[in-house]
Write a protein that binds this ligand. Structure first.
Ligand code: IPM
Ligand code: SF4
Length: 468
């Protein structure tokens, strides 16, 4: 009996995956049922065109939700329909209307970055499969959902069938954390440290489950920050087992799509079965003690090229690191704290929730942005923006010299025209410091909202622990 129960032990991932298998595919793999399909304007136009050509409707418009995020202007500029950005926005409006899908458009108070609004509206729930034509769909795993990005061809398949062909079952990776975060060190620093340790492709083929006391102690915002960046080490998805913190978040009054009353109770009792069973085996296990963790900052062109905030640019270990240092304009041995920053960007689906804005505001309150530094806050959703304004955070930021923007992806990838000039250096709360991502020639350093705020005040990459 003991043996039998040990063999039956399953991980969180196994349970969610197994519960969604519709059938086996010929030649291997399975057909997976999809509970939520989130759609944005960049990866959906060809998918809708495909449906139109074949004369197919959207199978479950009630499980499909669209928003505009990547291309929306955040600085008050009008949408210009002569640009590719404007055309993608217009196409999504037309497609949503034609196919009967709810769209949280530019002026809707539910609008925002797709991975911020799913949880916020109560669409993201434990045990669901959630897909979107966007790699950071891993964010939703913070709820014990299986969320992952899909390509545009798959977007069309999910629109048409509400299922996804999954040729390969991912392997499982346990990331065991111990210790308690020190003052001024955050979830962003945990995930940067994990990626630094495992490498930018270190979790390819795996679904990561973040476990242990350091994860259990995090708010949902922190857990989302961590799951969000799972893809930055190649993981197919990241997950955290649901617990009371999860249920409290879902129960908050302002989540229109969350289950209520007995439906909520049912959801909770289902979710309580989901955590990995004792004795469940993972294909691989990694460990991180966060007790001595310092704020992290990326120096290179992948999130794995990261050091402690009080560290220095390392000697390049390979051609990729050498190239990254050339691109970033860095010499080995330079203390990170000596690097001058032109722009501070607080935003993105990694770190633009109300908790992130509150943390940053607490650092800058009553202080001033260093002269010559452009500092901007781009809330992750219209609702985050409204909440921040209700709390007076917009005033705190603006009094300090920050720009206060509308919600969207903005300078995370610069599709909407919010970009750096060539060779300008940013401290950014986003998730990818790739070449050219924040504009041609842009140099991005990934940091937490606390570190971004401290950096805005000094104009140099700054340890927030010196200011709080
Ligand atoms: C535009 C979209 C396909 C892309 C992604 O998939 O991640 C973007 O959101 C990003 O962060 O680079
Ligand atoms: S905020 Fe950045 S990472 Fe997130 S969806 Fe938008 S572009 Fe992608």
């Amino acid at each position: 009996m003991a043996n039998a129960s040990r063999n039956d032990a399953r991980t969180l991932f196994d349970k969610v995956w197994d519960a969604h298998v519709v059938s086996d595919l010929e030649g291997g793999g399975v057909l997976l049922y999809i509970d939520r399909h989130l759609v944005h304007e960049v990866t959906s136009p060809q998918a809708f065109d495909g449906l139109r050509e074949k004369g197919r409707p959207v199978r479950r418009p009630d499980l499909t939700f669209a928003t505009v995020d990547h291309n929306v202007p955040t600085d008050g500029r009008a949408i210009d329909e002569s640009t590719l950005s404007g055309q993608q926005l217009a196409a999504l409006s037309r497609n949503a209307q034609e196919f009967g899908i709810p769209l949280f458009g530019y002026d809707d108070r539910r609008q925002g970055i797709v991975h911020i609004i799913g949880p916020q509206l109560g669409l993201t729930l434990p045990g669901l499969t959630i897909v979107c034509g966007d790699s950071h769909t891993s964010t939703h795993g913070a709820f014990g959902a299986l969320g992952f990005g899909i390509g545009t061809t798959e977007v069309e398949h999910v629109l048409a069938t509400q299922t996804l062909r999954a040729p390969k079952r991912p392997k499982t990776l346990a990331i065991e954390t111990t210790g308690r975060l020190g003052h001024g060190v955050t979830a962003k620093d945990i995930i940067l440290a994990i990626i630094r340790k495992l490498g930018a492709a270190g979790a390819t083929g795996y679904v990561a489950e973040y476990r242990g006391e350091a994860i259990r102690a995090l708010s949902m915002a922190g857990r989302m920050t961590i799951c969000n960046m799972s893809i930055e080490m190649g993981a197919r998805a990241g997950m955290v087992a649901p617990d009371d913190i999860t249920f409290e978040y879902i129960q908050a009054e302002e989540r229109p799509y969350a289950p209520k009353g007995s439906a909520f109770e049912e959801m909770v009792s289902y979710a309580r079965q989901l955590p990995s069973d004792e004795g469940a085996t993972f294909d691989r296990t990694e460990h991180l003690d966060v007790g001595s963790l310092k704020p992290q900052v990326s120096w290179g062109t992948t999130p794995a090229m990261t050091v402690d905030i009080d560290g220095a640019i390392p000697e390049p270990q390979d051609a990729a690191e050498k190239r990254a240092q050339m691109y970033m304009g860095l010499t080995p041995g330079t203390p990170v704290g000596d690097l001058d920053i032109n722009t501070v960007f607080i935003g993105s689906c990694t770190n633009a929730r109300i908790e992130d804005l509150r943390q940053a505001a607490a650092v800058i309150k009553g202080r001033q942005v260093a002269s010559g530094v452009r500092a901007m806050v781009v809330p992750g959703s219209a609702a985050v923006r409204a909440q921040a304004e209700q709390e007076g955070l917009d005033q705190v930021f603006q009094n300090a010299g920050f720009e206060w923007h509308r919600a969207g992806c903005s300078m995370c990838l610069g599709m909407n025209g919010d970009i750096l000039r060539p060779q300008q250096r940013s401290a950014s709360t986003s998730n990818r410091p790739y070449e050219g991502r924040q504009g041609p020639g842009s140099r991005t350093h990934l940091v937490s909202p606390l570190t971004a705020a401290a950096t805005a005040l000094t104009g140099r990459l700054t340890d927030p622990r010196s200011l709080i």
